[in-house]
Design a protein around this ligand. Structure first.
Ligand SMILES: [Zn+2]
Length: 228
């Protein structure tokens, strides 16, 4: 059995209170137990996992108990008794944490959610729950980047022209990370606190699953974040 690889992202949040990880393609990703195992590897409790059913919505849930929950694409918590989790394969996994105020968020940000403004809405909800805009650190994990994210005119018309470059015919390449970054800046997150992986999931088949590369049969990478 191959070794399960993952990225420990905890240091990005500059606090002992925050632990976070992102699994690579060697990591099993089918069961709740896989999310628990990834959590344990970075010092979180495997019994604390919250697993949402992701539906490309702009729905955000504030959670304080573990378990599976319906139809939501963003989670927020202030409890050290939950580990937030999502899965992705090209969409942006957006990790959010305000270590000083002890509040975390995790967003499944594909183009549909970004267009529905799930990112600013999640930041605003974190602030309503006691977070501070200048204390929130944001990290965009590995996701499909402009090199590979070709979209048709029905989608491109929903996004700012400065985040698009011309593709074949009426198609365009979308820089979704730039759209997300602009939304974070407009939400008054400090530029120095907006971090991003530069890696494209579709361009790195040895490391990442990609829906655009493999279609329906693509596996998923797991994201987890929790307070200790
Ligand atoms: Zn690419």
């Amino acid at each position: 059995m191959p070794i399960e690889s993952y990225m420990d992202l905890s240091d990005l949040f500059r606090s002992d209170k925050i632990r976070a990880a992102f699994s690579l393609r060697s990591f099993n990703n089918k069961n709740l137990g896989d999310r628990g195992r990834l959590s344990t590897l970075v010092g979180l409790d495997s019994n604390h996992v919250v697993k949402p059913k992701q539906v490309h919505s702009a729905e955000i849930k504030f959670v304080d108990i573990p378990g599976e929950i319906q139809a939501t694409d963003a989670l927020i918590s202030k409890s050290n008794s939950v580990v937030l989790s999502i899965q992705v394969a090209d969409c942006i996994p957006l990790f959010l944490a305000d270590p000083l105020n002890g509040i975390i968020g995790l967003v499944h940000a594909g183009w549909r959610g970004v267009e529905k403004r799930i990112i600013p809405d999640t930041v605003n909800k974190m602030v309503r729950k006691g977070g501070s805009r200048d204390g929130i650190i944001a990290f965009m994990g590995p996701s499909i980047r402009q090199c590979c994210f070709e979209i048709g005119p029905d989608v491109s018309k929903k996004f700012p022209i400065d985040c698009l470059i011309n593709g074949n015919g009426d198609r365009s390449f979308l820089d979704l990370q730039r759209v997300a970054t602009n939304q974070l800046i407009h939400s008054q997150i400090l530029a120095k606190n907006i971090l991003s992986s530069e890696e494209c999931t579709k361009c790195n088949p040895d490391k990442y699953f990609s829906y655009r590369r493999s279609g329906e049969k693509a596996g998923r990478m797991i994201s987890v974040i929790g307070l200790t």
